[in-house]
Design a protein around this ligand. Sequence first.
Ligand code: SF4
Length: 470
Amino acid sequence: MSHAAHEFLRSAAEKSADLAHRQIIRRGIDSYNAANVRGRSRFLDWEAARLRCQEIKWEAVNNLDRYLLEFEQRVKDRGGHVFWAENSEEARQYITDLATARGVRKVVKSKSMVSEEIHLGPALEKMGIKVVETDLGEYIVQLREEPPYHIVTPAMHLNRTQIADLFKEKLGDVDTDDPQQLVAAARRALRRDFFSAEMGISGANFLVADAGMIALTTNEGNGRLCTSVPRIHVVLSGIEKVIPRLQDLATLWPVLATAGTGQPITCYSTLAGGPRQPNEVDGPEEFHVVLVDNGRSELLANVEEREVLHCIRCGACINACPVFRTVGGHSYGTTYMGPIGSVLTPRLRGLDEFQHLSYASSLCGACTDVCPVRINLHHHLLHNRRDAVNASDRPWSERIGFMLWRWAVEDARRFRAAGWLARLGMRVVHRLRLDGTLLDPARPWNKNHAAPPAPAKSFRALWGKRNGNN
Ligand code: SF4
């Protein structure tokens, strides 16, 4: 078992038994669900909107080379710079070199999951550059020195009291748990950073090819400040974020907002496409776009898995996932969590190390049902399982288990006998557990769950009786 798998199981067992944590998550997702239902009802035809988004992303991903080059050319025409990073190291190096060359001491960041993916913050901090997260949720988890819990709502696992205690400890002048006053305190602190930072780093929700602009949505206006106040703006984006046309945003923006938070449209929708032009009054002096591959080209080359690149990072599949709701976002130990993380991470970081995530699913399909770009997520989880099995030697116990299972199900009498033996085994185990003989406190499953007693009769026997065969 890989180290990542071991850590996942350990953390998942701990978090699934933490009822206070589960209550916070349930409350957060319940309010998301209510907003999302209202949001979808505002569309004349939500399914038609999903279909259109799927078509746009299909066109973009299947013509990625053309649209990325078009985007690059238009950014350059306006005086911007575009850097193609094959991997995390190249992306980090470009940005840290740029920051050093320009004498940057402080960076303000709006939310960017790619920056988490390439571990940009620690690289900048190592060079003595202060990095300030400006999305409120990211700001909170940065103060706690922990990674984002969720790609859209990074501090979803915290309640108001925990945040109030944190602000009191870290910001000093705050002694309240009133949400408005807590937000005001964060705003006061962040204002100073916005106006003293030399570099702003943002992600991009979309890279618009025909306009040569990035499209960015935030709810707090922090993205707009990061992209326009510091003298250098760096955009960090995966190559799959490109879309063909500006007019595609008319569908993608409201669908992203609805799937992400249930809003009709996000509060601040920003387009940025280069450094300040001679006739403009504000904007950065320098504009850099770092296009990150980091395994995406390999995914693009895999026709069966390619549609995973359609993801617009709305987080809807994460909210819908019963496994995420139970084990929480930090248990995954990866940048992307929930169903999209379980599909994407093994592909970007290796099936060997992360194949266990393909099994962190009940395959209920709730993720696929809610995905606004109609990615067939649970099928991709199955593909990952298949590829992981084909690529590695399975343990002998697993191989023998499946051989026995196949031998049993190939013949009706053997299948019946196996069912009888299994029920007998369940009854024995149940009895031993009632006696306390099998109750091992080190095993989280035994500690937190009570197995139901084995049924007296099999489904097969009950069905036969119902049809008068017994
Ligand atoms: S896979 Fe679909 S539902 Fe999940 S984050 Fe991506 S776009 Fe949203």
